[in-house]
Design a protein around this ligand. Structure first.
Ligand SMILES: Nc1ncnc2c1ncn2[C@@H]1O[C@H](COP(=O)(O)OP(=O)(O)OP(=O)(O)O)[C@@H](O)[C@H]1O
Length: 211
């Protein structure tokens, strides 16, 4: 962990392609806590996570989170296909200036796969490796976009255990967009009430197009 800093969002609006998707978001997540983001497809979960990660600017409002403490994890896991599972994890540990603790292999049920080239892993195994990466880089604030895609039931439970017992218990923070219940005793933020009015956006576009 790089510090015990919380995440705070005030009056935040986020946009895609210049069109507001969510508006009026204010929340805080303290060390040791997770926040689950809920909303149907297209609600703006990924867009919000990207802004929280500093990968896109806010449309309005502000995000308080030290960039050096944040890790964003989505479908692009950054796995090096030619390296083995252990070599991948060591690579990320080195990149982030961290020591490598092989216990992470057990946390994500990767021990029997440790010498396999990552390019030969199944989709779920590959996802487990991508999640294990989060365990070696030592970032405090994890922003997770559908982390359980491709995982079987046991692997979802294992991931939830790691999140609760290792990451959150050590003072970490997680904001998780997921359609799958993780069994965490964490607050859920329903993005529905914060969706920007599409008619207002469409109206703006129409005005711009026809005036
Ligand atoms: N590059 C883009 N340009 C314009 N609009 C975009 C772009 N990417 C996404 N959108 C739109 O922004 C809105 C929010 O998308 P986002 O990916 O944040 O939703 P989501 O809640 O993560 O959805 P899902 O559950 O399907 O992953 C959607 O209406 C989407 O179509």
């Amino acid at each position: 962990m790089t510090g015990r800093t919380g995440l705070r969002v005030e009056g935040l609006a986020v946009a895609r392609g210049g069109v507001p998707v969510l508006t009026g978001l204010s929340f805080a997540v303290a060390p040791g806590e997770a926040l689950i983001l809920r909303g149907p497809n297209g609600a703006g979960k990924t867009t919000l996570l990207r802004v929280l990660a500093g990968l896109a600017p806010p449309f309005a409002g502000r995000v308080e989170a030290p960039p050096e403490s944040v890790a964003f994890a989505s479908h692009a896991d950054g796995i090096k296909a030619a390296l083995t599972v252990t070599e991948n994890l060591r690579f990320w540990a080195d990149l982030y200036g961290r020591g490598f603790d092989a216990a992470i292999l057990d946390d994500f049920d990767l021990r029997s796969l440790r010498d396999r080239p990552a390019g030969t892993l199944s989709a779920g195994q590959s996802r487990r490796l991508g999640l294990a990466r989060l365990g070696v880089i030592g970032r405090t604030i994890l922003l997770l976009d559908e982390p359980t895609v491709s995982l079987d039931v046991a692997s979802v439970a294992r991931f939830a255990d790691w999140l609760r017992d290792r990451h959150l218990a050590a003072g970490g923070i997680a904001v998780i967009a997921t359609h799958v219940p993780l069994g965490l005793d964490s607050p859920v933020l329903d993005l529905g009430p914060f969706r920007a009015d599409p008619r207002a956006a469409a109206h703006q576009g129409t005005d711009a197009a026809f005036l």
